[in-house]
Ligand binder design. Structure first.
Ligand code: C5P
Length: 205
């Protein structure tokens, strides 16, 4: 078995997590949600840790615990993610994961541009800010978080601006990435589109 890397980037709540999980299951690839790395560092910083020390000492168990999917952790994650030292500390783990035998899907902001510029497939999954905020609002409500739609949109705009505006590894579509805009697409249609793209790059039937 050889390595085969699928890089999936895009802004928050565009559907890239769902698409990533579904294509990993479809092809039997391993999946890494790289946002969890930054969220785990953010969580430790909220608990008083130094960002660089937290990033350097991250272990897989830190990604498994609950409590990483809160708006507070998401904001702190995007703050620590602007620190070049934090990003550097997380590169080797992500690249190792990407080149494991049997195929890997990594989703994040800079996978196709910085972490895996030679990925066999690059997808950029996006949607309009309004559609993304509405999706995230529903998810948070279902998760029992007391939020208003206005708060969710404001948080998202702040995080988008920070992710797109940072000097190191900003969120941007790689020139060779295939863009999938899920604003008016069902999840099933977005997954089908991603599966078709990967299958054609692999040379499947
Ligand atoms: O994808 P998720 O919303 O969990 O990511 C949380 C934050 O982590 C993002 O807002 C972004 O600032 C950061 N991130 C990043 N690079 C990645 C993945 C996430 O900077 N590859």
């Amino acid at each position: 078995m050889t390595a085969f890397t699928v890089a999936i980037d895009g802004p928050a709540a565009a559907g890239k997590g769902t698409v990533s999980k579904a294509v990993a299951a479809h092809f039997g690839f391993a999946h890494l949600d790289t946002g969890l790395l930054y969220r785990a560092v953010g969580r430790k910083v909220l608990d008083g840790a130094d960002p660089l020390a937290a990033a350097g000492a991250l272990v897989p168990a830190d990604l498994a615990g609950g409590g990483l999917r809160t708006p507070e952790v998401a904001q702190k994650a995007s703050e620590v993610a602007a620190d070049a030292g934090v990003r550097r500390a997380l590169v080797a783990f992500q690249r190792g994961f990407a080149r494991r035998c049997g195929g890997a899907v990594l989703d994040g902001r800079d996978i196709g541009t910085v972490i895996c510029p030679d990925a066999e497939v690059k997808l950029f999954v996006t949607a309009s800010p309004e559609v993304r905020a509405a999706r995230r609002y529903r998810e948070l409500l279902e998760g029992g978080h007391a939020v208003t739609p206005e708060e969710v949109l404001a948080d998202q705009l702040a995080r988008d601006a920070r992710d797109r505006g940072r000097a190191d590894a900003p969120l941007v579509q790689a020139p060779d990435a295939v863009r999938i805009d899920t604003s008016d697409m069902s999840i099933d249609a977005a997954v089908a589109r991603a599966v078709a793209e990967i299958a054609s790059r692999r040379g499947d039937g």
